[in-house]
Write a protein that binds this ligand. Structure first.
Ligand code: SF4
Ligand code: SF4
Length: 484
């Protein structure tokens, strides 16, 4: 059953006005007089205060961290840096290497589970309060409101012929939009290189081509998506908007119009007690950033921002009726049932369990990142060499990554075969440059009489000279001729 029809039946929105003999399909057809703006018109939403408006400001302002974080320094380097040339990710004193990239998968799972869980509980609150698209659009429309005036004035200005005033206002608005777009682009690029140097490079036109491409893409994306496409991005481009429907259920709380209380709607109650509380002022529609009339049921365009709740509450206050004609409410609550506690909701339990497993995995990974990553490969061609004195020699290639910020001196030793000789270019001392992977070769030589079998396990050990707490072991094999 289409969701709207279900809502129509549940809410009784149209049922209360059902005409004699009208079928449910006709009722449904009647109900579909709301429409989704598919780009043909610019929505000039009214801005007004309220609880959810304040909440949106607070949550949106978290994005200021995006703009400020790249400037933070930590132990002499940029605190948050995706250092692609050196294949490292710096997060304050933590350095993640490609070998630790498995943690990124867990971070992605964690983010996905957070999104799924939040959507199951409260619908598209991510869209309404945190998403960069809606937050940037909110900043852009706030500037538009300040520069060009309220929605009526903006529509008038749009329709007016081009004169000096219109040119001045539009120029000022678009300049500020472009400034935000440029800041967004430079900030994003600044997560991949030293941002102070990047600013200098941009300002002196010395930035590399890739930096210009990133900047151009972000200026274009921010300016067009937040300035012009606005809610159309949510409607046409956002994959989350497409799939969120499968994450919500009857327990999900969404902005809902209480049709039982509001209908039949009318301009004024005028002593008519049969009238509902909705005075049909349409303020809830006027403030909606996506142009939705929530009174017609939950719709695809709704980003659950709660602006209509603020608007309607202010109207209810003025007309002396209780607030909450539009409120966050689940389908079950709408039907008079109780909302079950979170711990009794299967979806929430599953999402939370996966979330906790991901967090545990990440914490384990972060607390067990070895200072040196070591791998030892036994030479295959040849497997061993018989020397002129009859001894057997094996060759190994060491790959050691020093993940610490300083160069490390390590002592190399080996055990497993009595009298085993270790031969390396620099004796038993190895110096590993910080952040570098430099392979080196090591030879082991054993007297044939000491080999009891063709394959003898050996254990390499690297011990820090200046930092004895660094100790690594690697098991390999010493190969000799078959005894047969
Ligand atoms: S209907 Fe209400 S909650 Fe939904 S997008 Fe519009 S204002 Fe926000
Ligand atoms: S703001 Fe409230 S009273 Fe006004 S039209 Fe919307 S639901 Fe009805």
């Amino acid at each position: 059953m289409p969701p709207l029809l279900r809502l129509v039946q549940q809410q009784g929105v149209i049922m209360s006005e059902r005409k004699e003999g009208q079928s449910i399909e006709e009722i449904y057809a009647d109900a579909v007089h709301w429409h989704v703006n598919t780009g043909g018109e610019t929505i000039h939403a009214k801005r007004m205060g309220g609880r959810f408006r304040s909440l949106k400001w607070w949550t949106g302002s978290l994005w200021l961290l995006f703009f400020l974080s790249p400037y933070a320094r930590w132990e002499g380097h940029q605190a948050i840096l995706f250092d692609i040339p050196h294949r490292q990710f710096h997060f304050f004193s933590l350095t993640i290497w490609p070998q630790d990239i498995w943690m990124l998968s867990l971070v992605l799972i964690l983010l996905a589970m957070t999104l799924f869980g939040v959507t199951a509980v409260a619908g598209r609150v991510w869209c309404g309060y945190f998403c960069f698209q809606t937050v940037w659009t909110d900043w852009f429309t706030w500037l538009e409101d300040k520069i060009e005036g309220n929605p009526i004035q903006r529509r008038k200005l749009d329709a007016a012929p081009w004169d000096a005033r219109k040119i001045r206002l539009k120029l000022f608005k678009h300049s500020l939009w472009l400034l935000i777009a440029i800041l967004t682009g430079v900030t994003f690029a600044g997560y991949f290189t030293d941002i102070y140097r990047l600013w200098v490079d941009y300002l002196t036109l010395q930035a590399p081509l890739v930096a210009w491409v990133v900047l151009a893409a972000f200026i274009f994306g921010t300016y067009v998506f937040a300035g012009f496409m606005r809610e159309q991005v949510c409607f046409w481009l956002c994959p989350y908007a497409r799939i969120q429907g499968v994450m919500v259920d009857k327990d999900t709380i969404l902005p809902t119009y209480d049709a039982k209380r509001g209908e039949p709607r009318g301009k004024s109650r005028g002593g008519d007690e049969a009238r509902g509380d909705c005075v049909d002022c349409k303020l809830c529609v006027a403030v909606c950033p996506t142009g939705v009339d929530i009174r017609e049921g939950m719709q695809e365009g709704c980003i659950t921002c709660g602006m209509c709740i603020d608007a309607c509450d202010s109207v209810m206050e003025k007309v002396g009726r209780p607030k909450g004609l539009i409120r966050y409410m689940s389908e079950k609550e709408m039907l008079g049932e109780r909302l079950p506690p979170l711990y009794r909701r299967p979806r929430v339990i599953v999402y939370s369990a996966i979330f906790l497993l991901s967090v545990s995995g990440i914490l384990y990974g972060l607390t067990h990142i070895p200072p040196v990553e070591l791998s030892v490969v036994h030479e295959r061609q040849p497997l061993f060499m018989q020397m002129s004195d009859g001894s057997i020699q094996n060759k190994y290639t060491f790959k050691a990554v020093n993940k610490t910020p300083e160069d490390l001196r390590l002592r190399l030793s080996v055990s497993g075969v009595p009298g085993l000789q270790l031969l390396a270019a620099d004796g038993d001392t190895v110096t590993l440059k910080s952040g570098k992977t430099i392979p080196f070769h090591v030879f082991l030589r054993a007297r044939r009489t000491q080999l009891k079998q063709a394959n003898t396990p050996v254990r390499f050990r690297l011990q820090g000279i200046d930092k004895p707490e660094i100790s690594l072991e690697y098991e390999s094999v010493f190969i000799g001729p078959s005894k047969a």
